[in-house]
Design a protein around this ligand. Structure first.
Ligand code: PHE
Length: 348
């Protein structure tokens, strides 16, 4: 067979075997076998060089024509292979945009955190700074400097969680039972005038029920300046109660006893649900108890080096869970710390 015929045959057979190839691997094998450096076309082309010079031009032309037609066939096949691979991938990765999306759970603020922030904002508008103190405290700050003597029942191990082996300069170590030690720390660190609130966790070793938890949150308030009176406390608490519970809120004091205030008071607020006429939440009294308060005891001022003849001040302490329970209509304090997302999600 002469070279021209061989080239004809190579081209015909190669085109025939290419027909219908839509697979990238098969196409690559075809390319190597036909157009590769050791492929059939290259082999045949070697034959051109050994022809008689007069036969070479024709054979060379035929060889080039075969090469061009085979390359063109190759590239057209390559582009359909690519197109079909892309079509395949698209089909395999097809997504049904009409399917309902999977819900992504998002966190939300804890109701006590929300109330805490509202309280902080209301007091900030009145010039009060929010400060924090340690939750593990010395009894010196939690009790002694607050005029709670060593034999006072509040120190009973029944009420306080003591830290084993925790004794030092400040006496025994315990989980603070109230935020009042932050009053002491603030007055020891700063000269009057003082206007602070101190929100934070407190701990009491008591049986739990719908209104008592071993861990709860208080907010302390302290105002020390010249000529500060109980009327200032009532005015301040009225503004804050109205910010939190609505413009009808009123504050009243009942006599109460706390060793670190004199006089001492229990704080009541008009019921935000019935506005004082009496309902289930306020047990038909029209009033709701918010916490304790009073004028800082002169002995406490003296304990922290503030002259009680020059300065006076008030303090209060309220439970933030109680605020949250009133605001959101929650009936059991234990719900706050069970971490049931169904409960927590309601405040999102
Ligand atoms: N610390 C008191 C308590 O936990 C509340 C209180 C604070 C009372 C400040 C008076 C003044 O019960």
């Amino acid at each position: 067979m002469d070279l021209i015929e061989r080239l004809d045959a190579i081209e015909r057979d190669a085109l025939a075997s290419l027909g219908g190839t839509l697979d990238a691997d098969a196409l690559e094998r075809w390319r190597l076998a036909v157009l590769g450096r050791r492929g059939s076309l290259a082999e045949a082309m070697k034959g051109v060089a050994v022809l008689a010079p007069s036969d070479r031009p024709r054979a060379g032309e035929r060889a080039n024509a075969a090469k061009q037609s085979l390359e063109a066939a190759y590239f057209s096949c390559l582009s359909s292979v690519k197109a079909s691979a892309r079509a395949h991938a698209l089909e395999a990765e097809r997504i049904d945009v009409t399917l309902p999306a999977r819900a992504r759970p998002t966190g939300s603020l804890h109701p006590v955190t929300m109330i805490r922030r509202e309280v902080e904002q209301a007091f900030a508008r009145l010039g009060f700074t929010s400060v924090e103190g340690p939750e593990v405290e010395w009894d010196h700050y939690n009790f002694t400097l607050l005029n709670i003597p060593p034999d006072h029942p509040a120190r009973d191990t029944q009420d306080s969680f003591y830290v084993q082996g925790g004794t030092g300069e400040g006496g025994e170590m315990l989980l603070r039972t109230q935020t009042s030690p932050v009053q002491i720390r603030t007055m020891l660190a700063h000269k009057p005038p003082i206007r602070i609130i101190a929100p934070g966790r407190t701990y009491r070793n008591e049986a739990t029920d719908a209104s008592h938890e071993a861990m709860f949150t208080q907010v302390e308030g302290l105002c020390i300046d010249k000529n500060v009176t109980l009327a200032d406390l009532r005015g301040t608490l009225t503004v804050v109660a109205r910010a939190l519970f609505g413009p009808h809120s009123e504050i009243r004091f009942r006599c109460g006893y706390f060793p670190f205030v004199e006089p001492g008071a229990e704080i009541d607020m008009t019921c935000h649900l019935c506005h004082g006429s009496g309902c289930r939440v306020c047990k038909r009294t029209g009033w709701i108890e918010l916490g304790g308060a009073g004028m800082v005891h002169p002995r406490v001022l003296a304990n922290v080096g503030i002259d009680p003849d020059e300065y006076s001040g008030w303090a209060f302490g309220c439970g933030l869970e109680r605020f949250a329970m009133l605001r959101y209509g929650i009936e059991d304090i234990r719900l706050f710390y069970e971490n049931d997302v169904r409960f927590l999600q309601q405040f999102a």
